[in-house]
Ligand binder design. Sequence first.
Ligand SMILES: [Zn+2]
Length: 291
Amino acid sequence: MPELPEVEVTRRRIAPLLVGRRIARVQTTAPSYFYLTPPDRLKSELAGRQVRALERRGKYLLAELDDGRRLLLHLGMTGQLYSSRATSVRLLSASRRASLSPEEQLVCEPDEHTHLELIFEDGEPTVRFRDVRKFGKVLLLEPGHSDPRLDRLGTDALDASGDALFAACRKRKIAIKSLLLDQKVFAGVGNIYADEALFLAGIRPRRSAQRVTLRECAAIADALRRVLERSIETGGSSIQDFIGPDGHDGHYQDERCVYARTGLPCRRCAEPVKKIIIGQRSSHYCARCQR
Ligand SMILES: [Zn+2]
């Protein structure tokens, strides 16, 4: 699932393909829960609009249009926002991949999972939003309007502070891992970077939030900012579907210490990494390095 670094990598690389360009027309698939704004309205209202800026709030992208409206995009579990010039096997369904030769896999045509395509007045490349599981979202916001999804977000996780985390932990009996996943605390944190930050800070994911000290909160916030910044530098994590808008994989998965490394030796002490379920989400940690 794309988290803050993957969305930020997407923003930085897709912005040059959006900002300053005028939308000629929009292609969509049939109406579904993917569209918070019906596809017919997207087609009629986006045509002729110029994109002024592309911002990120937590895991959301916001394209500002020249008429003051904003197009909200969320990548959900499997969303991919990319250039029509990108090629990657991650953009092909398994059956399609199997039916194509390696050369044919380099020609990228929008498939049935491509739910939004922005076609510009100046021609190629187009910008596509593909999402196999359709948990992604597209919403057109009227000028001056916001959305509860945005209003609920806490401080961006790149600005995480120990004091803010400690305040959020007071009188909370939930696991520190669950608290970190709460977007009202720090926006943009998901499973990968919560596990990694807790490992670096030496805190077990199941520890009750109210039992994490101020000093430990500072260590967690510091680790969180470091893993997020490092992941952005390396292009994000391509563990499942994520690709950069140019079709390139991220590389942070090669550096992660615990996430999805169940049974593999801890990079610090060689003890096998453990996996437990907290709040229906898998959590990975080292029982020797984390207390
Ligand atoms: Zn260890």
